[in-house]
Design a protein around this ligand. Structure first.
Ligand SMILES: Nc1ncnc2c1ncn2[C@@H]1O[C@H](COP(=O)(O)OP(=O)(O)OP(=O)(O)O)[C@@H](O)[C@H]1O
Ligand SMILES: [Mg+2]
Length: 276
């Protein structure tokens, strides 16, 4: 069934209907699974403040998050104009019920930006969202190809849509033609700039987290990305390089040497030997 704009939005925000609802279409189920009552209230607040106007469709629904399309409200439009971000935008909602806490704490602990974290689940989720916002912001300022972030609030992240006419561009994973030398070179170059200019390691880099904007790869999904001062940053960088190289190798491409790449990226990294 084609997502019905108004229904998707209302169903998230009308508390009575939320509780009484019996009939469920597939789209409602996607929205239901991600937008719990608390999230619906946070969305309503964002709507009241004029950041967003309506949720108009579903882009993806993963185990730990749902990614939706939304039209900007007046305040959102004003803010986004300054950053050349157009409506519709992306609303990424982190599911509070399925996030793997043991897993995510590993990426928060050791990051000097987030030293004060409690064991409270909601608080950790909020940090996780703030972390993705902050990583996208840092990358964006360093002119790395990422979607520009707009706002992080509770378990909700608003960001630029990498897409055209309200349709998202495809992931590298599903763009067989993009597995060519030029794309690999760009990805490795972006990884190097991310490390050297933004001071970050993506930490989950793979064809599933790279969107092809025409011929140009953009990195997405950065909540787990860490500062290069994180105790495990170099280990994560190695893993990223390995994942990317092996995905291109599987497509029959000859790829550069992993160790040489790693050394080139980390050449000026002061504590390289100490940390390894
Ligand atoms: N800014 C964006 N523009 C266009 N599409 C996006 C954007 N951000 C995310 N997506 C789409 O939503 C999907 C899920 O986003 P993301 O990878 O950030 O979340 P996730 O929690 O890792 O989900 P999953 O577990 O499915 O990977 C992406 O694979 C991509 O197709
Ligand atoms: Mg992902």
């Amino acid at each position: 069934m084609k997502p019905d704009d108004k229904k998707i939005w209302n169903i998230g925000l009308n508390e009575d209907r939320w509780r009484k609802r019996k009939k469920r279409s597939e789209d409602f189920q996607t929205v239901d699974a991600v937008i719990d009552l608390n999230t619906a209230k946070h969305l309503k607040r964002l709507q009241n403040k004029g950041f967003i106007d309506s949720i108009t469709g579903t882009i993806a629904s993963g185990k730990e998050s749902g990614v939706f399309l939304a039209e900007l409200g007046p305040k959102g439009r004003e803010y986004c104009k300054a950053y050349s971000i157009k409506s519709p935008i992306v609303v990424k909602i982190f599911r509070t019920s399925t996030l793997n806490f043991k897993q995510i704490v590993r990426y928060i602990y050791g990051d000097r930006r987030f030293q004060k974290y409690s064991k409270n689940i909601r608080h950790i989720i909020n940090l996780w969202v703030e972390k993705e916002y902050s990583n996208l912001q840092r990358s964006s300022l360093a002119q790395i190809n990422v979607p520009k972030p707009i706002l992080a609030k509770n378990n909700i992240l608003l960001m630029e849509l990498l897409g055209k006419d309200g349709k998202p561009y495809p992931l590298l994973k599903f763009t067989p033609k993009a597995f060519v030398k030029a794309t690999l070179t760009q990805i490795l170059n972006q990884t190097k700039l991310l490390f050297q200019r933004a001071g970050l390691v993506h930490a989950d880099l793979s064809p599933f987290n790279i969107i092809m904007v025409n011929q140009t790869p953009y990195f997405i999904d950065m909540s787990q990305s860490v500062l290069i001062s994180h105790p495990r940053a170099l280990e994560f960088l190695k893993r990223d390089l390995r994942n990317v190289l092996s995905s291109f190798k599987l497509k029959g491409l000859s790829v550069p040497n992993e160790k040489e790449l790693f050394d080139e990226i980390t050449i000026d990294f002061p504590d390289k030997d100490l940390i390894l």
